[in-house]
Design a protein around this ligand. Sequence first.
Ligand code: NAD
Length: 282
Amino acid sequence: MNIKKIVVVGAGTMGSGIAQTAAASGCDVALMDVDQQRAAAAVGLIRNRLENRVTTGRISAKGKELVLSRITTIPGLEGCGDADLVIEAASEKDSVKQAIFRQLDAIAPSSAIFASNTSAISITRLAAATTRPERFIGLHFMNPAHVMKLVEIIPGLGTGPEIVTSVFALCEKMGKQPVVVADAPGFVANRLLMPAVNEAIQALQEGIASREDIDLVMKLGAGHPMGPLELADFIGLDVCLQILETLHRELGEKFRPCPLLRTMVDGGKLGRKNGEGFYDYR
Ligand code: NAD
């Protein structure tokens, strides 16, 4: 299946990067968010990033305009009537995602593929909210989606092999390296990453080292480009907590979210996206 028209639902951290990547690969993209201001802000962010690429000589001014011309915003899911693929990148909550897919199922053409960018939730369970589990798949882009090469492709129990082939080809067209992984909590990336983030927060809570030193140890000692606390701020502390809650529920005690993480989220410190997390970005 040739995927030309993509709708991205959720225009936050991930939605804006996915929309940019899809448009840069030649697809027409419609971006939708319950908060219409976020959709407009995402387009502004994409424009800034592309302008930066023009300044640094990585694309031409004409190239920038071409990519932007392929991106529109739509006020609601009703605009999905001509979608080949819908990529859901809304909040990491089962109930939110299931409600979106239930609604989409009634609106999008029966030929449309549904994908979720969930970090940890079962693809099979999300697919069950629709009447098309054979056309439902996990497409887990990494953050920032317009930069990072990896995409985890997660077939659910009922996903048809031709859908895996179609989205694999699309990811390659986007310049990504897709890896097909099984539908297990957190897939591979977050199954490995989140315990490290959680343990770093635990170490901070126990006073084992300062936030800077915890990050420095992992940057210089393990060659990570970002320390785990910086990474948690980058991902979003609310998203980290939601992922860990899923892993804890599904896989047991070793994934229990650290109390300090919960306190930070309760206190509205969500990381970079709202200016303060383990570090101050204001
Ligand atoms: P975010 O909080 O930055 O953005 C989520 C967006 O979804 C918000 O703009 C919100 O208004 C919107 N939204 C909420 N309910 C909606 C609805 N019913 N319809 C349409 N839009 C709705 O979150 P994010 O970090 O972009 O994460 C989005 C998804 O991507 C989550 O499933 C997350 O687990 C996953 N993900 C996140 C990262 C990361 O590093 N942040 C990486 C990979 C995957």
